[in-house]
Design a binder for this molecule. Structure first.
Ligand code: TYD
Length: 134
């Protein structure tokens, strides 16, 4: 089973930087959806779910935040996102919490699937019990 891992993207340019992310070539899936989250202070935890189908790449394009992942099998990791040219790949069936947002944080999320609330698992106990059955 895939694990979350960090991705580094090349920075292009001489008069300032430009980062290119192409589906399949720069992230391990075709990108079907893009959204971004901002305006959360350091007391807020976002995410708090796992997805049955979607894979994600999260990039903090401005400011910083942390991402805690849990695979439901006893493996927990914490990633710091504080560079516009680095991201975290999160496979399906991984619980994620995003937190410690700087005031200026803008967290860009690339997803492998269109939005479907039915594929979100928002209850940790349900997630753990589903993972025991996989
Ligand atoms: P939610 O998944 O609860 O995100 P967070 O924990 O970061 O606040 O989503 C917030 C709202 O946005 C919720 O009403 C669902 C909606 N939403 C969409 O309509 N499409 C999407 O692609 C996403 C991610 C959320």
């Amino acid at each position: 089973m895939d694990k979350p891992y960090m991705l580094q993207f090349p920075q292009h340019g001489e008069r300032g930087w430009l980062v290119v992310i192409e589906g399949v070539n720069d992230v391990p899936f075709d990108i079907k959806r893009i959204f971004y989250i901002y305006g959360s202070d350091e007391s807020v935890i976002r995410g708090r779910h796992a997805n049955r189908k979607s894979e994600f790449v999260l990039i903090n394009v401005c400011g910083s935040c942390k991402v805690k992942t849990n695979d439901g099998r006893g493996n927990e990791d914490i990633f710091i996102l504080d560079k516009p040219h680095a991201g975290i790949y999160i496979p399906k069936l991984v619980w994620k919490d995003m937190y410690d947002f700087s005031e200026d944080s803008i967290l860009l999320c690339l997803a492998s699937e269109y939005y479907d609330p039915e594929e979100y698992i928002r209850d940790m106990d349900e997630f753990l019990s589903e993972m025991r059955e996989v």
